[in-house]
Design a protein around this ligand. Structure first.
Ligand SMILES: [Zn+2]
Length: 387
């Protein structure tokens, strides 16, 4: 398999692996490793100890620090229940668009990154290039941190990371952080006619949710911080998207479950927000325990993705700006792996082809024009690494 594949051929291969986050991605990683090996590129893996998932990383060029790192995730969101007009796991070209699950988010970029690495190998770059392909991004960015830890002792440390989430090839230098806490309220069941002796888990849970409503309103009315100003909305938001609990309309609910999610603007931290939430939880728990001592509220962290803070004269941003000609400043409100790379000490930026509006949709697509723009970007990047 020494044949060199085009970016489109690479994307067709990657899309054909149905790497929905709940399923394995190992066949895709095996294929990428074999393809790289056929071009004399050695790849390395992070092997998840608990589930059949691998991350892959590789280095091309002089064995020294300072590489540009191209990073993408290999998992995709499910297609269940979505009305697709074509096979989601086959790239279908129509009307100037490539349709298929992951074409936009983000196997299109993964394909371009693999293309660039092989190109860099053949032209013999003077500055190294690395790729890092993760898993479990779509279920809370849980795959990248162990991959980043595994990369560091194996590869020379990279300098700047380009995370190719769809940004229409704009340089996105900031995003909000995200964290979520599964909240379990254990109340005490009695017939609702005796509700003063029971602890209704749903009604006490509602106090926490109302705290979220009041906090959102207060955040909205406050003057935004300097780093927060660029965001829409320019403040931290609290959100409950799912709730369950109770057994019958005339029984005080014994249990209530929901997830409290925080989207935190740069300049504020998850730790501060967690502390505030825990304080309110402790207060509500005290009210419950005054009625029935064995009741409780339990929190468990479901995900935690740090914010990406715009860097002052950051290397990743400077590089991407010079390759794209984009000199405006952009931030987004969705979380990515870029904040995790930044937290691990890399300069990081988001820049990838396609429109985030297409991500996760039925009939997901990337336009040929965006895919071509991504290809042009990679050509210029490899050229730059030769100088
Ligand atoms: Zn993505």
């Amino acid at each position: 398999m020494t044949k060199r594949l085009s970016p489109l051929e690479l994307m067709q291969q990657l899309v054909a692996f149905p790497t929905v986050s709940r399923d394995t991605n190992i066949p895709l990683i095996d294929w990428v490793a074999d393809y790289l090996a056929s071009h004399d590129i050695q790849s390395h893996r992070y092997v998840d100890p608990e589930q059949p998932k691998h991350a892959l990383f590789a280095h091309v060029g002089p064995w020294q620090e300072g590489a540009i790192v191209l990073s993408g995730h290999t998992d995709v969101v499910p297609v269940d229940g979505q009305p697709w007009d074509s096979d989601p796991f086959e790239v279908m070209e129509k009307d100037g668009k490539y349709f298929g699950r992951g074409t936009c988010d983000m196997k299109g970029f993964d394909a371009l990154a693999i293309w660039a690495l092989v190109e860099a190998q053949h032209v013999g770059v003077k500055r190294p290039l690395q790729i890092a392909l993760s898993f479990d991004e779509e279920i809370g960015c849980t795959g990248a941190p162990p991959m980043i830890n595994a990369m560091q002792p194996v590869l020379p440390k990279g300098a700047a990371v380009i995370v190719g989430e769809p940004s229409m090839m704009q340089a996105v230098s900031g995003h909000k952080g995200g964290s979520g806490f599964d909240t379990h309220i254990r109340g005490f069941e009695v017939h609702s006619s005796l509700m003063d002796r029971g602890v209704n888990a749903i009604m006490f849970g509602a106090k926490l949710i109302e705290w979220a409503n009041l906090t959102n309103a207060a955040n909205r009315d406050a003057v935004p911080g300097t780093l927060a100003q660029a965001f829409d909305p320019p403040y931290t938001t609290l959100h409950v998207g799912q709730i369950s609990g109770g057994t019958a309309h005339n029984i005080t609910a014994k249990d209530c479950y929901f997830a409290m999610d925080f989207r935190v603007v740069p300049g504020e931290t998850k730790a501060e927000w967690e502390a505030r939430y825990r304080e309110v939880v402790a207060d509500v728990e005290q009210q419950m325990q005054a009625i029935v001592p064995e009741t409780f509220i339990q929190l468990s962290e479901r995900f935690n993705v740090p914010a990406l803070s715009p860097e002052d004269e950051g290397e990743a941003e400077t590089l991407v700006r010079s390759l794209t000609g984009d000199n405006a400043s952009h931030v987004v409100s969705y979380a990515t792996e870029a904040g995790q790379f930044q937290e691990a000490g890399y300069s990081a930026i988001i820049c990838g082809p396609g429109d985030i509006a297409q991500a996760h949709q039925p009939n997901e697509y990337i336009t040929k024009a965006q895919f071509e723009a991504g290809h042009g970007f990679m050509r210029r990047l490899v050229e730059r690494l030769c100088t």
